[in-house]
Design a protein around this ligand. Structure first.
Ligand code: ZN
Length: 243
């Protein structure tokens, strides 16, 4: 079986559509595993939820998904994120809100635990250092854990008391072996690793492989829509830089 692993769509319909097209061109998948933050920041929250729901998929809740339905206080957000969250709330249908309301914090699939932030703190914690990853290996049972939230494609490897990390890139396929891993497929709708291309991965359960893909999309159209809707300029500009 093959699964697409996507995270942090962030209401970016152009990026999400380009990723789904890329998946199709690679022969398709048996399902989509989404690591949360379907909404927030971008201009098409309703459309992104609808498109995701058309896929055979599972999805966990992210902090922006909860902010959009008032499940977390936007006082925890920076001002731009809070502005976008309040705007997002006004764009959602009743069905959208119900969908976000029902997203679980954690999902177990195959050999993987899926969360948005970290297995220890699924909504808020960023796994961005080996010391944080090390602690988090004790908070899930499966061999591997998939996280989003930082929008940076990374893999942390548990080496029996030690923890190492590597950037993930399309040129390096990851073979799933004995070592436990925490893997981040990067962000679809707001990449933050200096590369503006949408980021996602495909997991092949037979080949035991996990490979990152980067996809060009029509950034200008997304940015134009953000400007038309009065979303914060800093959120618009950062899409050009992937930061
Ligand atoms: Zn996010």
């Amino acid at each position: 079986m093959r699964y697409a692993v996507i995270a942090d769509i962030h209401s970016n319909l152009e990026a999400f559509t380009a990723v789904l097209e890329d998946i199709g061109q690679r022969g398709g998948v048996d399902g989509v595993w989404c690591l949360g933050d379907v909404v927030g920041y971008g201009p098409d929250p309703h459309q992104c939820i609808e498109l995701l729901r058309q896929c055979s998929h599972v999805c966990v809740a992210g902090n922006h998904d909860w902010a959009a339905i008032g499940k977390v206080d936007t006082a925890e957000f920076n001002p731009d994120a809070a502005t976008a969250a309040h705007w997002t709330t006004r764009q959602l249908s009743t069905a959208d809100k119900k969908y976000l309301e029902n997203l679980p914090l954690t999902i177990e699939k195959d050999d993987f635990t899926l969360v948005h932030g970290s297995p220890r703190e699924p909504i808020w914690e960023y796994v961005i250092s080996t010391s944080l990853a090390q602690v988090n290996f004790d908070f899930f049972q499966s061999p591997y854990c998939l996280v989003g939230h930082s929008h940076v494609p990374l893999v942390f490897k548990d080496e029996g008391g030690d923890c190492s990390f590597n950037r993930l890139s399309p040129s390096v396929g990851l073979v799933l072996g004995e070592n436990r891993l925490i893997i981040n497929p990067g962000g679809v709708g707001q990449p933050r690793d200096g590369d503006p291309h949408a980021s996602y991965a495909i997991y092949d359960s037979e080949a035991r492989s996990f490979r990152l893909h980067r996809v060009a999309y029509d950034i200008t159209t997304t940015q134009d829509k953000m400007m038309q809707n009065g979303l914060p300029i800093r959120l618009v500009v950062r899409l050009s830089h992937g930061m």
